[in-house]
Design a protein around this ligand. Structure first.
Ligand code: AKG
Length: 340
């Protein structure tokens, strides 16, 4: 895993990641209807490329930056002792005004790396403390709806599901990495999938810079929830990334690299629920006018940075401008689990 992390860490575009072996799935059968699996190596992994419409993505990005990242939800600020005030401070308002750092250098949207909603996770002791007011914030209805919609889509999937592989993005001879990509053959492939979300981590990633040395998220297992039969649900928004996943069939072999783009969802269940995974690189959106859009889609992803043109419309609204500014070099990941 370490070797693959280092290799992808140096890559700066989606097409280069594909050349390096990453899989990038594109749904052409209409949004919200396509589920893919990689069954030969990842039993229990379900991929939903382009699961969210552009409008939905914009709506959730806006919520992630104005509501899901404010008290009473617990953020990296509170966990590392940089904030003791639990009243919402609307980091976003400061960001709108163009201030990148606040006085004293703390509590800026650019310093935000995660927020937990519902059951809070104790990162120091690697545990979910028993529920109390301090260790619990209400799970917003909109986030609950989003993550259960992903699980419902997988539950409902039928033989009509269809996937398109990375041939959409690069010429055929470059594609050597789609072996084992299957559609779901029948609903028998899908376990019962019990899911009652209790905790959500929203991860906020800054696009990888040429000089940055850290991996956006190092390899780890989500193994602290006792409800292990319940899946991990993950939704990607904003900049694209390379997500590495250990093969449950052969943990010592080269991990699978997936390009995750805005609007993609994935679900880790069954044998893949405890697989080692991480994010090795996040691609900054191209400068205006530089994106090379896919021809196959009306509102295509760029083949180079993998981004959609979010909040692209002409607007005199300063809030829309700020959302657009943030999302061109950030990725947001909504990650939901049932704890017990
Ligand atoms: O950002 C992602 O896609 C993965 C996040 C993750 O692995 C986690 O929150 O445990």
């Amino acid at each position: 895993m370490r070797e693959a992390e280092r290799r992808y860490r140096k890559i700066r575009s989606v097409d280069a990641a594909i050349k390096c072996g990453a899989i990038c799935l594109t749904s052409t059968s209409g949004r919200s209807s396509s589920v893919a699996t990689l069954q030969s190596h990842h039993q229990g992994l379900f991929l939903l490329p382009g699961f969210l419409s552009k409008d939905e993505q914009e709506q959730y990005i806006s919520l992630a930056l104005t509501s899901w990242n404010e008290p009473p939800h617990r953020r990296n600020f509170e966990a590392d002792g940089r904030a003791s005030d639990t009243t919402p401070s609307l980091l976003f308002n400061t960001y709108v005004s163009g201030e990148q750092k606040r006085e004293g250098g703390v509590l800026s949207l650019n310093d935000l790396t995660w927020s937990t909603l519902g059951r809070h996770y104790d990162w120091t002791n690697r545990s979910y403390p028993p529920s109390s007011t301090f260790w619990h914030s209400p799970l917003p209805e909109d986030i609950h709806k989003l993550v259960t919609k992903v699980v419902d889509a997988v539950r409902l999937e039928t033989t009509s599901s269809r996937i398109i592989d990375s041939r959409e993005l690069v010429s055929e001879e470059l594609v050597t990495n789609t072996e084992g990509v299957n559609t779901i053959r029948s609903t028998d492939d899908i376990d019962d999938l019990p899911f009652s979300p209790q905790t959500v981590i929203v991860n906020y990633y800054t696009a990888t810079s040429a000089t940055g040395s850290k991996f956006p998220m190092g390899a780890h297992r989500d193994d602290l929830e006792s409800a292990i039969k319940s899946p991990v649900v993950s939704v990607s928004l904003g900049c694209s990334c390379v997500f590495l996943l250990e093969k449950e069939s052969d943990p010592t072999s080269e991990p699978t690299a997936l390009v995750l783009r805005s609007g993609d969802a994935l679900l880790l269940s069954g044998k893949s629920r405890l697989s080692l995974h991480g994010v090795s690189v996040v691609f900054k959106k191209c400068e205006p006018g530089e994106c090379t859009l896919e021809e196959s889609e009306e509102e295509g992803y760029c083949t180079r940075c993998g981004s959609l043109d979010l909040f692209g419309r002409e607007s005199s609204d300063v809030n829309i401008d700020a959302l657009k500014r943030y999302i061109k070099d950030h990725r947001i990941n909504v990650n939901a689990r049932q704890v017990d």
